[in-house]
Design a protein around this ligand. Structure first.
Ligand SMILES: Cc1cc2nc3c(=O)[nH]c(=O)nc-3n(C[C@H](O)[C@H](O)[C@H](O)COP(=O)(O)OP(=O)(O)OC[C@H]3O[C@@H](n4cnc5c(N)ncnc54)[C@H](O)[C@@H]3O)c2cc1C
Length: 348
């Protein structure tokens, strides 16, 4: 999709191909630590050597998207304009910006994040779960090569993951109890490094901070519907999932590409792209993927983030099966790399 929209060339210098995924159960097991590993060979055999995914730093992606959007002919780009309210009617929507300006639109594509003001102004409720956890995140330099492999260690408190970045650096995410990630992120650099290395050097190698430490509360939130009058919700405005497998942004991209297909079809058949019937098609297309991915991430988090005596052998078996049963391996690798059927045209 990024290639099709002309954004990918801007990101070449900072993109790291994902050559493999490794997951290890860090709980205590009498039969050793079960693990699963996926490589590029688990994708379609007809596409040898194709990466499982691409690691792109969010800041670089945002800059590239902004630049391409700003240069796109026919697109009236009002960077920094903030939505403050809207009125919808049969002919369209009238949006108000905080600057006092008004805009008219046939369809509003609301991608204003987890606290979406557009969603709230339409009274669309959300359901979800507060995990009582936060994620500590930071870029680190590693003392050993990562070979483009993303690695995840499931501990009873939650996962610890390293995602490969250029130059033997990695982005790490450590799930902790609420408050602990926020406290850790505020400590001096040397104390953070001491804590990380004491817990995870054996798994990840020696780590040195290479960017500002951050913390995020961990929540799952799903809007009860992805559409309203003259409005489609996209990205985190529609759902915020557990970032466990790095699928949140991918879901948002699929929303955007699906909405484009639905609007194009509507135009071709003479329908109003912002009408209820067209929006219903978008909702039906995206609803299942959205809820299923949110639930799958939630299930994995619940299954692995504990020391339950009944769950431990089961999850050991699940990891062993993922490692040894070829069709299951292929299905999981394809799911993780967004290589699925029924993709919108921009993604094909
Ligand atoms: C710790 C963590 C790690 C993650 N890792 C990954 C990963 O590896 N891979 C992945 O795919 N996803 C990952 N995600 C998820 C990903 O970050 C989100 O799914 C993605 O950023 C959502 O994009 P969005 O555009 O919908 O929302 P956002 O990125 O939140 O953007 C919303 C935008 O709307 C703007 N806005 C808000 N209110 C208004 C208003 N009133 N008027 C105008 N503009 C407004 C904001 O300024 C912002 O620019 C991670 C998330 C977390 C928390």
């Amino acid at each position: 999709m990024l290639s099709a929209t002309g954004v990918a060339p801007e990101l070449e210098s900072c993109t790291t191909p994902l050559n493999g995924l490794e997951a290890e159960d860090g709980g205590t097991h009498w039969f050793g630590a079960p693990h699963a590993a996926f490589s590029t060979g688990d994708l379609d055999p007809g596409r040898p050597g194709e990466a499982l995914g691409q690691m792109v730093p969010a800041g670089a992606l945002q800059t590239a998207l902004d630049r391409v959007a700003g240069e796109t002919r026919g697109l009236d780009w009002r960077r920094g304009g903030r939505f403050s309210g809207m009125v919808t009617g049969p002919a369209g929507a009238e949006l108000k910006l905080e600057s006092g300006e008004s805009l008219r639109a046939g369809l509003v594509a609301a991608c204003d994040g987890i606290h979406s003001s557009v969603r709230n102004s339409l009274g669309i409720r959300t359901e979800g779960r507060d995990y009582g956890k936060s994620v500590f995140a930071a870029d680190v330099a590693l003392d050993r090569p990562h070979h483009g492999i993303a690695r995840q260690l499931f501990t009873p408190e939650g996962p610890f993951a390293t995602l490969p970045l250029p130059g033997n650096r990695a982005n790490l995410a450590w799930y902790m109890k609420s408050g602990a990630a926020e406290t850790l992120a505020k400590l001096p650099k040397a104390e953070i490094e001491a804590e990380l290395n004491a817990r995870f050097a054996a798994f990840a190698g020696q780590m040195t901070l290479d960017g500002p430490p951050l913390s995020y509360p961990l929540v799952m939130q799903i809007a009860e519907t992805m559409v309203g009058p003259r409005t489609a919700l996209l990205g985190d405005a529609a759902r915020r999932i557990n970032p466990l497998a790095g699928q949140g942004l991918n879901l948002g991209f699929k929303d955007a590409a699906a909405l484009m297909d639905v609007m194009t079809e509507a135009r071709e058949t003479g329908l109003d792209p912002g009408s209820d019937v067209v929006l219903a098609r978008y909702r039906e297309w995206r609803r299942f993927d959205s809820a299923a991915t949110a639930m799958a991430m939630d299930l994995i988090d619940r299954t692995f983030s504990n020391d339950n005596v009944l769950l431990k052998p089961l999850r050991g078996l699940a990891l062993m099966a993922a490692n040894r049963v070829a069709p299951l391996r292929r299905a999981l690798a394809r799911q993780a790399s967004a290589d699925q059927d029924h993709l919108p045209s921009l993604m094909r």
